[in-house]
Design a protein around this ligand. Structure first.
Ligand code: PMV
Length: 380
């Protein structure tokens, strides 16, 4: 599929006036990381993630058609008499009006308007909330942009004069979400999503995320991710800046090659169930992501002393027990502790006895691998 396949032009505004759409959309955690991109939000290497379950954003999009005169079946601007020139919306987060979120959404709307030109025909109220604390340091852009993209796709489906397959719906939702925040394109479906064109992953694309297309070994069913909240503050360096620093990074080329090799390796591991190899790839990916940050210009460190203490505890526990527990990191100090379902009792006890003390106010979130987003309600 190419970008032009996502341009919408079968509009039928006559049967729609106002209504609301709600989507619950999970966060995701990358196993092989995306760090480095080019315009327009094209990843420099393929990445793969577990879709989460308990960490999600709930977004309601209320829409009201503007009083515009337009001809159906066309989006020719010259034929639209009173169409709004700007995007009209208000945004509320956890019940409070948040004007400071508007620039990010405006940029998103501008990036996607070519593909969803009907946006300017509506007044929107966006109401969003997260299942995880806002200040937890968990990035909400993946679940937030994913949820908004899905709401927009539900509206497109109602406006569409033709039948839309679920496959197209999900692809385009992922495509739109990607233009909001790269990793958001991996939050639409689950349990394992690949984003970025890779010769060994059938159907993979730089434009949207696809479900891992091969049979996943039993060992990875219901995998757990307990998120240890080491630093609940705002990120010191945004991922936008981090991605930019990969442009002139002396190790960038090797890094992109390494990530693509790791996709080949992890693809086999996910099919053959080799947990030891899984641990090795996932931890190496997490540390390499942070090594890229530490070796960029300017350099920076997002890990905190407690991040390292947790990593050392995990390594000690693994050496003692032969457990398959491992960690991964996002662009922050929090630690995602990954482990198979069969080890949940012993690992949960270990987290309580040895790791919880390194979390801010002992806060951590127990999550596991999920199936993707759900629409909750539609009134139109
Ligand atoms: O989606 P962005 O632009 O916030 O980038 C996210 C990058 C990482 O979370 C660090 C890695 C990844 O693949 O999710």
């Amino acid at each position: 599929m190419t970008e032009t396949d996502f341009i919408f032009n079968n509009i039928n505004l006559s049967n729609i006036t106002n209504g609301s759409i709600t989507w619950k959309t999970p966060s995701n955690i990358a196993l092989v990381k995306y760090w480095g991109k080019r315009e327009p939000q094209i990843p420099e290497n393929a990445s793969i993630s577990f879709t989460l379950d308990s960490c999600f954003t709930l977004t309601t999009l209320e829409y009201k058609k503007l009083n515009t005169e337009r001809s159906e079946g066309s989006h020719d601007n010259t034929r639209v008499a009173e169409r709004s020139r700007s995007h009209n919306f208000e945004i509320y987060f956890e019940g409070e009006k948040k004007d400071e979120f508007k620039p990010k959404i405006t940029t998103f709307f501008k990036r996607i308007e070519k593909y969803v030109p009907f946006l300017k025909d509506f007044d929107f109220i966006i109401k969003s909330q997260n299942s995880f604390p806002h200040s937890s340091g968990i990035a909400s852009s993946a679940s937030g942009m994913g949820a908004l993209a899905l709401c927009i796709m539900s509206l497109e489906r109602s406006l569409s004069g033709v039948e839309m397959t679920d496959e197209y719906f999900n692809r385009k939702a992922s495509f739109l979400a990607r233009l909001g925040s790269g990793s958001a394109c991996r939050s639409i479906e689950g349990p394992l999503i690949v984003w970025g064109n890779h010769p060994e992953i059938e159907g993979s694309s730089d434009l949207f995320g696809v479900k891992f297309p091969y049979k996943i070994h039993e060992n990875f069913k219901n995998y757990h991710d307990t998120i240890l909240l080491v630093d609940e503050g705002e990120k010191q360096v945004s991922s936008t800046v981090g991605h930019q620093l990969m442009y002139n990074h002396p190790l960038a080329k090797q890094r992109f090659q390494q990530a693509n090799n790791n996709i080949s390796r992890i693809s086999k591991v996910l099919q053959n169930g080799d947990l030891k190899a899984f641990v090795e790839i996932v931890e190496s990916e997490a540390l390499t992501l942070h090594a890229m940050m530490m070796t960029s210009n300017p350099y920076f460190i997002l890990m905190k002393p407690n991040t390292l203490k947790i990593i050392n505890e995990i390594w000690g526990f693994r050496a003692q027990t032969n457990s398959n527990i491992c960690f991964t990191l996002d662009a922050g100090a929090n630690v995602h502790v990954l482990f198979p379902e069969s080890e949940k009792e012993i690992v949960n006890d270990f987290i309580k006895s040895n790791l919880m003390q390194f979390c801010q106010e002992n806060h951590y979130i127990c999550d596991s691998i999920g199936k993707g987003a759900n629409q909750l309600l539609i009134n139109s």
